[in-house]
Design a protein around this ligand. Structure first.
Ligand SMILES: C[S@@+](CC[C@H](N)C(=O)[O-])C[C@H]1O[C@@H](n2cnc3c(N)ncnc32)[C@H](O)[C@@H]1O
Length: 222
């Protein structure tokens, strides 16, 4: 792992994995739009015949669990060994592995879906095309991709974790059109984009895409 941003991100989440897990505990219960997006994503995967789905940057695993409970064969991958340890502790029946989205240890064309919820937010612009190419590589034809991120056009640097411990991590806010452009360049067709809290505090967006031409999209919207 030669890139400093990657090792800084891993160290930062290792440092504060319990703090992050506590912060997001019960989060989905308060997020109807995200639950709706995950339900649509699950439906899309299932309508395409099902199969394994990688939750990339899964953190403590609660979204992997939610997908599993929706009937999806979901497993989690995360850069941070401490985060993966918490995911395994809290969801011992699910599969979690340490890994990086910049070089996924998955066979080409081996997964039916990739979920990247607020994990690409730590990838600098120059590395995003490579990450989206990696998502495209591991997805089957007509595979489903769901990417969630903060909306904006700045970078936030954090030097203090939720628990007050010193960390060093960058979080990139991006406009949906920029993310959609990178996805198209990587060979994805965009199905839909949902912007949450537009113009409000910490807006977020979710982009549904498929690893195929637009004509291959399902009417589920992804
Ligand atoms: C903001 S958290 C999001 C966690 C979870 N997806 C959620 O929605 O709560 C970002 C997660 O992405 C992981 N991450 C960051 N860069 C990564 C990379 N290159 N490969 C895999 N995981 C990464 C971090 O370790 C962290 O667990």
């Amino acid at each position: 792992m030669s890139d400093a941003w990657l090792s800084d991100t891993r160290r930062s989440y290792d440092e504060d994995a319990p703090g992050y897990a506590q912060k997001v505990d019960g989060l989905l219960a308060e997020q109807p739009y995200l639950r709706g997006c995950l339900a649509l994503f699950a439906e899309t995967v299932q309508r395409n015949g099902g199969g394994p789905v990688a939750d990339v940057g899964c953190g403590p695993g609660y979204v992997t669990r939610h997908l599993h409970d929706l009937g999806v064969d979901a497993f989690g991958i995360d850069l941070s060994p401490e985060m993966i340890a918490i995911a395994k502790r809290d969801h011992p029946d699910l599969r979690f592995e340490v890994g990086t989205m910049t070089d996924l240890a998955l066979e080409t064309g081996s997964v039916a879906g990739v979920l990247a919820f607020w994990s690409v937010v730590h990838v600098p612009d120059h590395a995003v095309p490579g990450v989206f190419a990696e998502f495209r590589r591991v997805l089957r034809p007509r595979g489903a991709l769901l990417v969630g991120f903060h909306v904006g056009d700045d970078v936030e640097h954090s030097s203090e974790a939720y628990t007050g411990r010193p960390v060093s991590i960058d979080t990139y806010r991006r406009h949906p059109a920029v993310v959609e452009g990178w996805l198209r360049d990587a060979g994805f067709a965009i199905g839909a984009t949902l912007v949450m809290r537009p113009g409000g505090d910490r807006p977020g967006a979710v982009v549904f895409a498929t690893s195929g031409p637009a004509s291959a999209q399902t009417d589920a919207g992804a």
